[in-house]
Unconditional design. Structure first.
Length: 171
């Protein structure tokens, strides 16, 4: 599968043995915020906004049968086109009186792991900024995307994996 494109996936029903959490803005997408909602189809603006190494990791996790989870401070409506295009299994997003930022991401990831009876040690998270540390701390395989100095310190101490920062792009 071409890691530069987001091709919808079809998978047989399965019981996942792990989850992979993907911060959306600045990690999966090479932009700091979601573009205006679109209606897909030819000329979809998302194609040129994917961060290729993270998109490749998402496809790899999906192929391994892992639960693919998008995590974003945006609303469900804003992230729906991304989730649909990627065939995400779950989305953790902002709700009224429940922002999906900082510690909220960690709490939501923990709840999803519990709901699916998954061991945190077998799970993955990809994120790009210090505010995502609670999400990364909830899994056994955190991956730092980019050069955030706080995350890099944790990565060195914890021997976490790293991926390069996305090349800044315009929407």
């Amino acid at each position: 599968m071409d890691s530069r494109t987001a091709q919808p996936r079809t998978r047989p029903p399965r019981t996942p043995t792990a989850a992979a959490f993907f911060d959306v803005e600045g990690t999966l997408l090479a932009v700091p915020e979601l573009p205006e909602p679109h209606h897909g189809g030819p000329g979809s603006p998302l194609g040129r906004l994917w961060h290729a190494p993270v998109l490749a990791a998402l496809h790899d996790h999906a192929a391994r049968g892992h639960l693919v989870v998008l995590v974003t401070p945006s609303s469900a409506a804003a992230v729906a086109p991304v989730a649909r295009e990627l065939g995400a299994d779950a989305v953790l997003c902002a709700r009224p009186r429940a922002p999906m930022t900082g510690q909220g991401k960690g709490y939501a990831a923990r709840a999803l792991l519990r709901e699916h009876a998954l061991l945190a040690a077998d799970c993955y998270a990809y994120a790009d900024e210090a505010a995502d540390l609670p999400l990364l701390a909830e899994v056994g395989n955190p991956v730092v995307v980019g050069d955030d100095p706080v995350l890099l310190r944790h990565a060195r101490r914890g021997n976490w994996a790293r991926l390069p920062a996305p090349v800044p792009r315009e929407m």
